[in-house]
Design a protein. Structure first.
Lengths: 199, 471
């Protein structure tokens, strides 16, 4: 995982709720390799593969943006990790929303994307600010757990401490778990001793 | 010891290590995988130089990409070379790694979430994870079961554990009995409608009460399957006599002295009186009637004969915007009735509603009638298919003009090529109505097997009751 500490980048207002994993990474694209065009593919491109001019991600003012701002229930649906991996592949290391699909939220943290949940009022204000000032840059400070933008009241966000450490240091959980190999072995001996039919 | 919930009992039994911050290294009994993400996980495993810790505890089953017609042709019958390659990777690499493989031509083949309970792989008190969000299905047998992404699957393959935080719990108590004509599908759609797609975010949900206790295991599987659709991480039902009767004698269930010992442990898997949940929800069973989704999220759901909601009546601006988007995508108007909406296709199957009882319910509606739109049935497993054929259900469907297909995820995930054309509208017994779920531009209405069958006969979204008595 590529570490993430501080991010200052243009933010795209994807001003809607319920952006599900099937939209984030359509099922048929899961057959192939990850690429910059997987993210929201059928929203961004028409059947012939041409960009849809009326979709916010295709607006040139957001070229090079690194933060996506949505509303409620971002990433609901499937466990497909491509829905999370499509974000950094398209240049986004952070999503700010009012709430997230549970599995998607976990997947983001596994693939080096920071999901930030803020309350509805904060999201509403940020959406309005981004509409007023298209291309506005947003700054995320992971060690301090703050997010701010010019003309918008800065907010704090919460994140599990272990996941935060993994993101900050680019750590993989498997390395952490290696420290507990003996504990797993002892657990298994007792567990399968008590319930041998589970082995 | 203070009173504990069922979730806490299973959880505590599986906690290998608990850190100061509350993070728990949770032991995993079984990891379920399908060919859709098998290759991602194995590639990641190789890249990181990891080995599989307990291969026999990993179950790999071909369901997402398998064709549901022409199965007799074997792998040669798969049109798309990439899908064929990924199915073969699961089968060949699975065998090389020593995991339990249920390949495309295996007589047990079917949808993972139908096959594992049916084979007795899913047992009460287990922690089960899977590379699929509908892994929540397995909670019907009294397990903690949930879906994870491929990076976490890789962690489980390498260590048989997963990092989690302490569970938040919810209990949904369903009193009384469901209204006549209402099914387990209508119950879970009612729950999703009531709580909203984010209403149970990250929670472990226990379904309880007389209406739940009265459900068969197949019905409980339907309810638990869609727990994820209101945001829950997992849903489960305490194991009881119905559970034990279902499991006894299944191929992977314990036998002999092991069965007796297992039963003694399983009988303790109940929420203690006085145990506290983070949230309690009460539903009156009598209020559950046949339901259908009209929109593009599962909480955009109404009684099948009710008018489609008017966004103008929605005070919350974000929700209003979502309703307007859904109406536009689905090409519907406020106040319109679903019975006035023509459909193009009917799909009966999936891990939600592809079991024998589902097919019986659909067959009872179509018997002696004729579908007026293209419709097909994909049984949830090859076992279900054979059992249905032994009862003559296939002949009922075929006589009514339905296609009788082989088993797989088929038009639910639409990952095997079974798709709708743009702007086509389906009535489906599956679990998601997201934009483009059944193919780019597809429009999906989710309902029960009986309602899907009735809709095929009527060519419109309708409940079985509206068809009147059989001629």
């Amino acid at each position: 995982m590529i570490p993430l500490r501080r991010l200052e980048a243009g933010a795209v207002p994807l001003d809607e709720s319920d952006v599900d994993t099937d939209q984030l990474a359509p099922g048929r694209l899961l057959l192939g390799p990850m690429s910059a065009t997987v993210l929201l593919h059928d929203r961004r491109f028409d059947a012939a593969g041409a960009p849809r001019a009326d979709f916010v991600l295709n607006d040139p003012v957001y070229a090079g943006a690194g933060i996506l701002v949505a509303r409620r229930n971002f990433g609901i649906g499937s466990s497909r990790e491509y829905a999370a991996r499509a974000l950094p592949a398209a240049g986004f290391r952070c999503v700010i929303a009012a709430s997230f699909g549970d599995i998607f939220y976990g997947n983001c943290l596994q693939v080096g994307v920071l999901p930030i949940a803020l309350d509805d009022a904060a999201i509403d204000a940020l959406q309005r600010r981004l509409h007023e000032r298209p291309g506005l840059r947003v700054t995320v400070d992971l060690p301090a757990q703050t997010v701010r933008a010019e003309g918008w009241e800065a907010r704090c966000f919460t994140i599990n401490a272990m996941r935060k450490t993994c993101l900050l240091e680019g750590l993989d959980e498997t390395a952490l778990t290696e420290r507990y190999r003996d504990a797993i072995g002892a657990f298994e001996a007792a567990y399968y001793g008590a319930s041998p039919w589970l082995a | 010891m203070p009173p504990q919930t069922l979730v806490e009992k299973i959880w505590n039994r599986h906690a290998v290590v608990t850190l100061d911050g509350g993070d728990v290294l949770l032991y995993v009994d079984r990891c379920l995988m399908h060919e859709g993400f098998w290759w991602n996980a194995v590639d990641a495993l190789r890249e990181r130089g990891l080995t599989v810790h307990r291969p026999e505890n990993i179950i790999a089953c071909a369901d997402h990409f398998v064709p549901t017609a022409g199965r007799a042709l074997g792998h040669a019958g798969i049109d798309d070379p990439r899908r064929r390659e990924l199915i073969l990777r699961l089968e060949n690499e699975g065998r090389d790694l020593g995991v339990q493989v249920i390949g495309m031509m295996d007589p047990r083949q079917g949808i993972l979430h139908v096959v594992a309970p049916e084979q007795g792989i899913t047992l009460p008190g287990m922690v089960i994870v899977g590379s699929d969000s509908h892994t929540s299905t397995h909670g019907a047998l009294g397990t903690i079961a949930f879906g994870i992404g491929t990076t976490e699957v890789t962690h489980v393959m390498a260590t048989q554990t997963l990092w989690q935080t302490a569970p938040k719990t919810m209990r949904i108590t369903v009193a009384g009995r469901l209204a006549p004509g209402a099914t387990a599908k209508d119950l879970i759609l009612t729950i999703v409608g009531k709580l909203g797609v984010g209403g149970g975010a990250g929670m472990f949900v226990e379904y309880a009460g007389p209406a739940i206790a009265a459900l068969s295991i197949e019905e409980r599987l339907t309810v638990c399957n869609m727990s994820i659709e209101f945001g829950a991480r997992a849903g489960l039902v305490a194991p009881d006599a119905t559970t034990f009767a279902y499991l006894e004698g299944r191929p992977h269930a314990p036998h002999g002295a092991d069965w007796d010992a297992a039963l003694a442990q399983w009988r303790l898997l109940r929420t203690d009186a006085g145990a506290r949940f983070d949230r309690e929800v009460a539903i009156a069973g009598e209020t559950v009637v046949p339901m259908a989704t009209w929109g593009t999220t599962l909480d955009q759901v109404i009684p099948i004969d009710a008018p489609i909601p008017d966004p103008a009546a929605e005070p919350d601006a974000t929700r209003r915007d979502a309703l307007e988007r859904a109406l536009a995508y689905m090409d519907l108007r406020p106040g319109q009735r679903l019975r006035d909406v023509r459909i193009d296709r009917v799909f009966i199957g999936s891990c939600t509603n592809g079991r024998l009882e589902d097919l019986r319910a659909a067959a009872a509606v179509v018997r002696g009638r004729t579908a007026v739109v293209p419709a097909f049935v994909s049984p949830g497993s090859s076992d279900v298919k054979r059992a249905a054929e032994a009862e003559g259900l296939d002949r009922i469907f075929i006589a009514a003009g339905f296609g009788w297909h082989d088993s797989g995820c088929s038009m639910c995930a639409a990952a095997n090529g079974d798709t709708l054309a743009p702007n086509q509208r389906s009535a489906a017994t599956s679990n998601r109505n997201f934009p483009g779920r059944q193919g780019p531009g597809s429009r999906t209405h989710i309902l029960s097997p009986a309602s899907a069958a009735a809709s095929a006969i009527a060519g419109r979204i309708t409940g079985a009751g509206a068809l009147g008595a059989h001629a």
